[in-house]
Design a binder for this molecule. Structure first.
Ligand code: 7TS
Length: 412
């Protein structure tokens, strides 16, 4: 088991004061902080190897190409993809999902087909499917979430009725960014496969927090962002099963993804290059490979256990606050390392502002889950989201900040 206190030393940004108080960073669901190794990889690349990839025969270009393709192989290993060609570099989860929605959607969806998603999706795994359905004439359906606060998880009984042979694609999140619910992704993939539906897993919130094996999950496509797993912003991945990717037309075209171009037309390179038009984000891809090394050295199973402890402690302590409404799984139930809550008389933005004065970074808003918020009769929640460098003492700082806020606004 890693020493979590020592882990903090790897993250330069954590060692600062905010408004005169030591920073407590609890906004990891939005983006995670970067360890020194990842920052160093970026500096090293720009100081020594910066060059365009796949194009030059000079030493720097070859070094950059080797490092870029090495990162692809490293990430394939990180998620146990069968083949590095199944890793397509994108800007992040949002772009990865859009790529599938446009490329796969255009080729496969027609009127009468159903795209199935769930009521708990982030807008990035919802709006692209609305667009794909609109463009193709397919129907979009939602697997409901149970309970007035989503505490019942997704409705597994409804899944039987909804997963008909008309369903061509089932897109769902692995971990909800607002509820903290962990979805039984392997079971969903198995049930989707039984009706011939392609699966898309939004792994934005799970990739850096729990072991993820695309083959064990049986997923067709998996989307994630580097910045939520200690990697840089601006880089993410679309994993796709080779057999599916090889049949898929590229979404973006241009330099780097073509074999032969005439004035009349062009032919595409094989997977994955044909999905990476233009100069790729070389530096950030390389640094993402280093983030994989960093997380694997700690052990993602240990990170998941650490998250679970922090979630349990936070749930126990937060539930003692007067008037708190916690959404998602109840105290004692399995949840990921994030907790969203609301108070009837205090707006989330006031909570976040007060907590910030105490050095505690939280997120308040709809968390890109507007339809879900509306279903719960809320416009916003406050969210504390934990990661490997957070401690139980920081949860005490969070609770103290919330008590101060409540005293100011409601006098309790
Ligand atoms: N899917 C989920 C489940 C997410 O939590 C997010 C980002 C995305 C997709 C989009 O990822 P991106 O890297 O392409 O932006 N979630 C959040 C959040 O909860 N607060 O800020 C960003």
């Amino acid at each position: 088991m890693p020493s979590w206190k020592n882990v903090r030393a790897d993250f330069p940004i954590l060692h600062q004061q905010v408004h005169g108080k030591p920073l407590v960073y609890l906004d990891n669901g939005a983006t995670a902080q970067k360890p020194r190794a990842v920052i160093d990889a970026l500096v090293h690349y720009y100081e020594r190897d910066n060059s365009n990839v796949h194009r030059g025969l000079h030493a720097l270009s070859m070094r950059a190409t080797d490092a870029y393709e090495g990162a692809r192989a490293r990430i394939a290993k990180f998620i146990n993809a069968a083949d590095p060609a199944e890793i397509i570099f994108t800007r992040g989860t949002t772009e990865s999902i859009n790529l599938v929605a446009r490329s796969w959607g255009q080729a496969h969806l027609k009127p009468g087909d159903v795209v199935l998603t769930t009521e708990i999706e982030h807008h990035s795994n919802l709006v692209p499917w609305q667009q794909a359905a609109r463009a193709s004439g397919a129907t979009l359906k939602y697997l409901p979430v149970l309970g007035a606060d989503g505490e019942g998880g997704l409705d597994l009984a409804a899944l039987d009725q909804l997963l008909t042979p008309q369903v061509k694609l089932f897109a769902f999140t692995h971990i909800s960014n607002t509820l903290g619910t962990i979805i039984p992704a392997a079971e969903f993939c198995r049930r989707a496969r039984a009706v011939g539906a392609v699966t898309v897993i939004d792994a934005a919130q799970s990739i850096g927090h729990t072991p993820l094996d695309v083959q064990a999950l049986g997923a067709d496509f998996v989307a994630f962002s580097g910045h939520k797993m200690c990697g840089p912003t601006g880089i993410g991945v679309l994993y796709g099963r080779r057999a599916l990717l090889d049949k898929l037309a590229p979404d973006e075209t241009g330099g780097g993804m073509v074999v032969n171009v005439t004035y009349e037309g062009a032919t595409w390179k094989p997977t994955p290059e044909r999905f990476e038009a233009g100069t790729p984000n070389v530096a950030d891809a390389i640094a993402l490979g280093v983030a994989c090394d960093y997380l694997d050295a700690l052990g993602r199973e240990h990170i998941a256990a650490h998250d679970a402890v922090l979630a349990r402690v936070a749930m126990e302590k937060l539930s003692t606050l007067p008037g708190i409404r916690i959404i998602g799984p109840r105290v004692g139930a399995e949840r990921s390392g994030l907790v969203s809550f609301a108070f009837a008389d205090v707006h989330a933005h006031d909570i976040v502002t007060f907590a910030d004065e105490d050095g505690v970074a939280l997120r308040g808003g709809h968390h890109c889950n507007q339809p879900l918020m509306r279903k719960f009769g809320l416009t916003s929640t406050t969210r504390a989201s934990f990661y490997l460098y957070n401690t139980e003492e920081e949860i005490d700082r969070l609770v103290a900040a919330l008590r101060r806020t409540l005293t100011f606004f409601v006098g309790t």
